[in-house]
Design a protein. Sequence first.
Length: 139
Amino acid sequence: MTILTKFVQIHSQGENDMVDMTQKISNFVKESGISNGIITIFVSGSTSAITTIEFEPGLIMDFPEMLNRIAPKDIDYGHEKMWHDGNGRSHVKASLVGPSLTVPFSGGELCLGTWQQIVFLELDTRSRNREILLQIIGE
């Protein structure tokens, strides 16, 4: 069994920025020379997330709007009372979506659905530099 790790840097545009990472991740799997296994995609930080979505204009608008209905800007957050940094909702949204995703691959290809892409979500209220860990385990 082989384990490979790579770090990818992303500069986000701030709250609700979505970045399609599918091609970068697919390339890493292909370049690894590993045929079968899993890849974990993990973003460190408590105000960003990783998920899958059909990366198309309608859903790029719908997904952040849904998160804004769940954790709206105009309510009180305990985090705000403690830190006064304006991103309490960002922490809530990131916790709901989650910081990581594991995707199987077979024959050197990600096992994703036809319309399924892997995306990074920036949920903080400002632009950020993010480090995303890609780790392959397989043979």
